[in-house]
Design a binder for this molecule. Structure first.
Ligand SMILES: Nc1ccn([C@@H]2O[C@H](COP(=O)(O)OP(=O)(O)OP(=O)(O)O)[C@@H](O)[C@H]2O)c(=O)n1
Ligand SMILES: C[C@](O)(CO)[C@H](O)COP(=O)(O)O
Length: 235
């Protein structure tokens, strides 16, 4: 029987505008290592992942090869490739670079705190329909606002989740979903589950990530990350 092959596409081609830093946030250091290091380390150690494709800016390819892949011995990283203007363009470049892949884990390099347990829940979840997103039930009450900033409605919180990454898909499903939406209109697409949502009839399983699985987005997230890291390293 052919052994399953799973690829992680790790995204590190964003500009990090909301961080307001000269260095792109995925390369900023927390506890002396780049933000990007931590998720690569988890995929490198995981027996669920056979290959990692790292997507970064064209100008950062040689830096990533030398200072991240070689320096930290991330031997599962087989390709370091250039991303695109939008997140979905970078994902698509990653998908085109995949070879011989059953399931693909699409992950934000700006989310350092994934764990083996999250990857296990992801691979379990994706077996059901070929599509799975990691997230957590919302701890806040969510309001839908109108364009003038007045509250329009309040969704039932028991059905509201904050979505994280990785998002895990059967490779042919996510590739064809990206291709069919790219041929129509990708505007407003901020994650990969949204791409599959337009494929009518494909259900996407939600599984729990963790409340620590934050995306480093704005400067205060770095302070939170330092705190999490102290705890995470003791585990
Ligand atoms: N063209 C892009 C845009 C984003 N990303 C990656 O997608 C992840 C999530 O995106 P986000 O937090 O929005 O990152 P940025 O686009 O870099 O941030 P900002 O919107 O503040 O500029 C990050 O790991 C980022 O590097 C990417 O690979 N290619
Ligand atoms: C994919 C994602 O991290 C899920 O929360 C998020 O949608 C990325 O969005 P951003 O607008 O690029 O931060």
């Amino acid at each position: 029987m052919k052994q399953e092959r799973n690829t992680a596409i790790v995204l590190a081609a964003g500009q990090g505008k909301r961080m307001h830093s000269k260095i792109q946030k995925q390369f900023l250091e927390i506890d002396h290592r780049p933000v990007l290091y931590y998720s690569l380390e988890c995929f490198q150690k995981s027996p669920l992942i056979q290959e990692i494709i790292l997507v970064t800016g064209e100008e950062m390819i040689s830096y990533c090869k030398r200072e991240i892949v070689e320096r930290y011995h991330f031997t599962k990283v087989t390709k370091v490739i250039a991303g695109g203007k939008e997140r979905y363009d970078s994902v698509y470049q990653g998908l085109l670079a995949c070879e011989d892949c059953d399931y693909v884990f699409i992950h934000d390099g700006a989310r350092p705190f994934i764990t083996e347990e999250i990857l296990e829940r992801g691979i379990f979840g994706v077996q059901e329909t070929g599509a799975c997103a990691v997230g957590m039930p919302s701890k806040d009450t969510i309001k839908i606002a109108d364009k003038d900033g007045f509250i329009q409605s309040t969704p039932d919180r028991s059905q509201v989740w904050s979505i994280q990454t990785p998002q895990i898909f059967a490779y042919p499903l996510i590739r064809s979903a990206h291709e069919s939406l790219r041929a129509k209109d990708m505007s407003g697409v901020t994650d990969d589950a949204m791409v599959v949502e337009q494929e009518k009839g494909t259900k996407i399983r939600l599984v729990e990530g963790s409340y620590q699985n934050i995306k480093i987005t704005t400067p205060e997230d770095l302070d939170v990350a330092e705190t999490f890291l102290k705890k995470y390293k003791k585990m």
